[in-house]
Design a protein around this ligand. Structure first.
Ligand SMILES: [Zn+2]
Ligand SMILES: [Zn+2]
Length: 168
């Protein structure tokens, strides 16, 4: 019996949990990609991995800057092409008001309308499943409006941030 496991009781760490969840998100994303008949190339994998690890909206230039081993940068088109692909497959969403990108927490879900609660203080964005697509489609149809894609972004202050810290 090894004492390693009990020597650091506090280390059932967030790091371990995060690695585990990012691993499973990557597996699910790869499966989704395969199901679409697409190749899970290294730039696609790496870009998605960076977004899952961040767990919050990340700007494209930050992805470019931390892409490589030892956080070396890569060429911007590598990341931009990967982002386009991942967005098209619904694995990544663009958070327009933050001009940033975030990994979908449900990489195996059907293509969906992404809705976000975005904190103006810490920048976290929580994706919600509001089921808004269907009612909007009914209205659009009535108005003969061809619905393309829908983005719902609500901004405010999250529970972890004091309300008075909002930057105006
Ligand atoms: Zn999503
Ligand atoms: Zn916050």
């Amino acid at each position: 019996m090894t004492s390693l496991a009990s020597s650091r009781p506090g280390e059932t760490s967030l790091e371990a949990l995060r690695t585990k969840s990012s691993g499973s998100a990557l597996v699910r994303a790869e499966a989704r990609c395969a199901a679409a008949g697409e190749r899970w190339t290294e730039p696609r994998r790496r870009t998605f991995e960076l977004l899952v690890e961040a767990g919050r909206p990340v700007k494209a230039y930050d992805l470019v800057a931390s892409y490589g081993p030892g956080r070396r940068s890569t060429k911007p088109p590598t990341v931009y092409r990967a982002l386009d692909f991942l967005i098209g497959l619904g694995l990544v969403h663009k958070v327009k008001t933050a001009n940033a990108f975030i990994a979908c927490p449900r990489p195996d879900a059907a293509p969906h309308t992404a809705s976000f609660l975005i904190c103006d203080v810490c920048g976290r964005a929580d994706e919600l499943d509001l089921g808004m697509r269907e009612p909007l489609e009914v209205i659009a149809q009535r108005l003969a409006f061809r619905l393309d894609h829908v983005v719902i972004e609500a901004r405010g202050v999250c529970a972890a941030c004091p309300p008075c810290s909002k930057i105006t």
